[in-house]
Ligand binder design. Structure first.
Ligand code: RB5
Length: 141
């Protein structure tokens, strides 16, 4: 089977403050591949609420103003609600910041011992509330 080349593809990009540097890297990588990108922000490492940027990207795709999208936040978790965790940091962050109520793990990615440790980290880490609660309420709205 022959796959279509992605030249001509327009990629929408968005991040919060914690994903800003990686978004910039993605943008320059796309550029070096000759791909078009639409940068929807954020524009610095000043703290912002990630749901605003995830929302902008979703709208851009729905309107057909870009073909694909890349979202970057600190953990890679907040932009979606389910928590794909293959390490302790994301397992902990998905509870502390995102109050994730679903843990997703790859049975072909993790060995059984690490999977049990990650599960324990996830189960034993409480939600921090505060500014994180305000962000989750934006997603709910
Ligand atoms: C920002 O502190 C952090 O919560 C955000 O970047 C992201 O990791 C949320 O999922």
């Amino acid at each position: 089977m022959k796959y279509n080349s992605c030249s001509g593809t327009k990629v929408a990009l968005a991040s919060d403050h914690a994903g800003f540097q990686l978004k910039e890297l993605v943008k320059s990588h796309l550029n070096s591949r000759g791909l078009q990108s639409v940068d929807l922000g954020t524009d610095s490492e000043k703290s912002v609420d990630y749901p605003n940027f995830a929302h902008k990207l979703a709208e851009t795709l729905i309107k057909g103003e870009a073909d694909l999208g890349v979202l970057v936040c600190g953990s890679g978790l907040g932009m979606l609600r389910a928590a794909l965790c293959h390490d302790h940091f994301t397992a902990s962050a998905s509870r502390r910041h995102n109050n994730a109520n679903v843990l997703v793990m790859g049975g072909r990615v993790l060995g059984p011992d690490l999977a049990k440790e990650i599960l324990d980290t996830w189960l034993d880490t409480p939600f921090e509330g505060g500014r994180h609660l305000a962000r989750l309420e934006k997603i709910d709205r």
